[in-house]
Design a protein around this ligand. Structure first.
Ligand code: MG
Length: 319
C-alpha cells in the first residue's frame, strides 16, 4: 500500500477518538503536498488511532517514496492499540528496517527514509507521548502557547550546531542542511532516538517533514498552530503556507490535540506556569553516527520565482 501519492492531499478525518481503552482521546488532522518543485511526493504519513508518524523518502535516492510508504505501513498495525509500549516500537522499527531492505529493484531497492512522530502510551496510569525520531523530520509540542522541538535532527548541520561551529540561523541556509546522518535504509544501520513526554490536556503535537521547517520559521509555525483551533485546519494551513513560501520540497504535516488525558492533572488557571521536560529514554548515540551519503536536491531559494499570492488549494484540505 502506498500512502504517499503524487500531488495528493490525504484527507484524514478531523476528529476521531483514539481506540477504545486508550489513555488519551485525541483530535487530529493531516495534510501533504508534493510542493512546487518536485516531480513526486516521497513523504508518507500515518495518522490513526494511537500512531502519528511522518516519513520523508530520501530525496537523493530513486524510489524514496517506496521506502517511506513501507515504513509507515509497518507501523500501521500498532495504530489500533490503545497504548503502545517502547518495546513494541522498537520491534516494529526492526521490522520496518527489514522491510525497506527487502524492497525490490525498481520499487525502492537501496532507498531510504526518515521517520518521526509519536505513539500514545500509558505509563504508570498516565498518558504519554512516546516520541521517536531518525533523520531530520521533526516532532514538536505546543503547550501553554510555547512551541518546543522535541526531537533532535540527525543531520550534518545539527552536529555543527552542537559543536558550536555554526548558529541555527547559519544552519538554515547551509548548503549541507539536507544531509542526514541517520536514516532507515540507504545503507544506514542506526537506531532512532526515543522520548517519553507526560501528556497534558491541551497539548498539541506537530509532526512534519523538512518541507515545512525549511520554508517556515519557528515563530511562523507557532503562530499558525496557535491561531487554528481545528487540527485539520491547522495542518492544511501549515502546508499552504509552506507552498506560498516556496514549496521547494514535499511537505507533510500531522497535528494531534490531546482532548482528554488519563492521569493528567487539570490544566492550571495560569497555564503559562507549565514547564515541559523532555526526557530522552536513552542518550542519543551521537558517537555512532553513520553518515548517509545523500545530498538532498532541494532547489536553492535563490532560484525560486516569487511566490504567487493567489490562494493555493491543491492538495490541502482546509475544511
Ligand atoms: Mg523532505
Amino acid at each position: 500500500m502506498k500512502w504517499a501519492t503524487r500531488a495528493a492531499a490525504r484527507p484524514v478525518e478531523p476528529i476521531e477518538p483514539a481506540a477504545q481503552a486508550s489513555p488519551m482521546t485525541v483530535a487530529f488532522g493531516a495534510a501533504t503536498d508534493v510542493g512546487r518543485r518536485r516531480p513526486t511526493n516521497q513523504d508518507a504519513l500515518l495518522a490513526r488511532g494511537s500512531m502519528f508518524l511522518v516519513a520523508d523518502g530520501m530525496g537523493g535516492h530513486v524510489d524514496g517514496e517506496y521506502a517511506s510508504a513501507s515504513v509507515v505501513e509497518s507501523f500501521d498495525a500498532l495504530a489500533v492499540q490503545g497504548s503502545v509500549t517502547l518495546e513494541q516500537l522498537r520491534q516494529t522499527f526492526g521490522r520496518a528496517v527489514s522491510a525497506v531492505a527487502a524492497l525490490p529493484l525498481g520499487a525502492g531497492a537501496g532507498a531510504g527514509t526518515t521517520l518521526t512522530g509519536a505513539a500514545i502510551a500509558e505509563v504508570e496510569h498516565r498518558a504519554h507521548w512516546l516520541v521517536l525520531n531518525i533523520g531530520d523530520s521533526r516532532s514538536y509540542l505546543l503547550r501553554a502557547g510555547s512551541l518546543r522541538q522535541i526531537t533532535v535532527d540527525h543531520s550534518v548541520v545539527q552536529q555543527q550546531v552542537d559543536r558550536g561551529e555554526i548558529t541555527l540561523a547559519q544552519a538554515a541556509v547551509s548548503p549541507h542542511r539536507n544531509i542526514v546522518t541517520r536514516s532507515i535504509g540507504a545503507g544506514s544501520r542506526t537506531e532512532p532516538d526515543y522520548w517519553l513526554v507526560a501528556a497534558e490536556v491541551g497539548d498539541r503535537l506537530l509532526v512534519c517533514s523538512d518541507g515545512l521547517t525549511n520554508e517556515l520559521s519557528h515563530a511562523h509555525i507557532r503562530l499558525v498552530l496557535r491561531a487554528e483551533p481545528n487540527p485539520q485546519a491547522a495542518a492544511g494551513r501549515l502546508v499552504s503556507q509552506a507552498l506560498l513560501h516556496g514549496g521547494r520540497d514535499n511537505v507533510t504535516v500531522v497535528v494531534v490535540d490531546a482532548v482528554a488525558v488519563a492521569g493528567a492533572p487539570q490544566p492550571p488557571e495560569d497555564a503559562a506556569r507549565l514547564e515541559v521536560v523532555f526526557e530522552p529514554l536513552a542518550p542519543p548515540a551521537r558517537a555512532a553516527i553513520y553518515a548517509v551519503d545523500d545530498c538532498d536536491d532541494t532547489v536553492p531559494r535563490s532560484t525560486l520565482p516569487r511566490p504567487s499570492l493567489a490562494p493555493i488549494t491543491t492538495g490541502v484540505n482546509l475544511t
